[in-house]
Design a protein around this ligand. Structure first.
Ligand SMILES: NC(=O)c1ccc[n+]([C@@H]2O[C@H](COP(=O)([O-])OP(=O)(O)OC[C@H]3O[C@@H](n4cnc5c(N)ncnc54)[C@H](OP(=O)(O)O)[C@@H]3O)[C@@H](O)[C@H]2O)c1
Length: 322
């Protein structure tokens, strides 16, 4: 089977190379370990080399199994050919729990190191309550300084090549940057043609932080999603005129914005379709039309706010970036 080669970008400050398109592995409901493993194995065969998981997703173990099988089948020669990211869940976002949480993820993944470890959300929760949604009474403020110090320790110990954050606003990133010895390499956030993140991307560019787009297709079929991205008339018009699919137009647009993308599909045809975006381009006029699409968040984040907790409103969660 011919596999497709995905362009890479270099992460600062580690110089580690990240393939610009990766496979997301969050499925709701969970697809089951065996079918997740098989889908990931197919993805590796097709040419995916970047995989995004999280302790929350239940997909660390199947990703580890798929990686081990790909190695034993000779589809890849070394684990180094893969870029694997995972995330620190809120209940482990406490200084002394960060290194053990990463060690547990590595154990699940059967790996000695991650390529990227990110703080999943900018809020902590009661230790031991590893659940979603988080109970409203379990939220705790995150001590950015001490949690980030522990993330730095993860990198210094060699347990991960790079560290980053996810769902952080410009203001919250500034708080991390104010005390960081190792700045975040990545901020993984929702980004699609319907939520383009212009302000955040400018801030990240100025600070050498790479943006990774999640839910690039609007997370179609997941809990918080709708079909608004896939049904967007502007995108449908461009796709039809170019003989591409709406998903390909979205992913190509993200690629042309210079961000990296994680897109989830466990369907072989759609996984392949999503990879076929590197040998054509959007015209200036098409890009302009996309830039004029009315903007709104798909993932508002109400699961992370609580009346008596540290983040009381959507406004506070995103520091006005709504
Ligand atoms: N950091 C965070 O807080 C956070 C939050 C959300 C997501 N993420 C990460 O980002 C990844 C991607 O986001 P996401 O999974 O929420 O949403 P997404 O990638 O925008 O959309 C996934 C959905 O689109 C479908 N799909 C994929 N390719 C398609 C195509 N070519 N045509 C039609 N439908 C297609 C998939 O179904 P099939 O599988 O049936 O193809 C799935 O239902 C996640 O898996 C996760 O790794 C991170």
């Amino acid at each position: 089977m011919d596999s497709i080669s995905v362009p890479e970008v270099t992460l600062k400050p580690s110089d580690r190379k990240m393939p610009m398109l990766g496979l997301g592995t969050s499925a709701s409901p969970f697809s089951g370990s065996e079918s997740t493993k098989l889908a990931i194995l197919q993805a590796i065969e097709l040419g995916y080399r970047h995989f995004d998981t999280a302790s929350l997703y239940q997909t660390e173990q199947p990703l580890g199994d798929a990686t081990a099988e790909a190695l034993s089948l000779g589809i890849i020669k070394s684990r180094d050919e893969l870029f694997i990211s995972s995330k620190l869940w809120c209940s482990d976002a406490h200084h002394e729990l960060v290194v053990p949480a990463l060690q547990k993820s590595l154990h699940n993944l059967q790996l000695e190191y991650l390529d990227l470890y990110v703080i999943h959300w900018p809020v902590s929760s009661k230790p031991g309550s590893n659940e979603f949604p988080i109970k409203k009474e379990d939220f705790l403020p995150m001590d950015f300084k001490s949690v980030w110090e522990a993330m730095e320790e993860c990198q210094t110990l060699g347990l991960t090549k790079s560290i980053g954050v996810s769902n952080f606003s410009c203001k919250k990133l500034s708080e991390i940057l104010a005390t960081a010895k190792i700045p975040p390499a990545v901020n993984q956030v929702e980004m699609s043609p319907l939520w383009q993140q212009n302000k955040l991307r400018e801030f990240c560019n100025e600070n050498g932080i790479l943006v990774t787009a999640y839910a690039p297709l609007g997370a179609r079929g997941t809990i918080w999603s709708s079909n608004r991205v896939m049904e967007c008339e502007v995108l449908k018009g461009i796709a039809e005129a170019k003989g591409k699919t709406v998903a390909q137009v979205c992913l190509r647009w993200e690629f042309e914005q210079g961000v990296t993308v994680v897109v989830k599909s466990f369907n072989k045809e759609r996984m392949k379709e999503n990879l076929e975006i590197f040998n054509w381009e959007l015209s200036e006029e098409e890009s302009k039309k996309i830039s004029e699409i009315p903007q709104s968040r798909g993932c508002v984040g109400e699961d992370y706010i609580s009346r008596n907790g540290p983040i009381k409103t959507i406004e506070e969660l995103w520091d006005g970036e709504i």
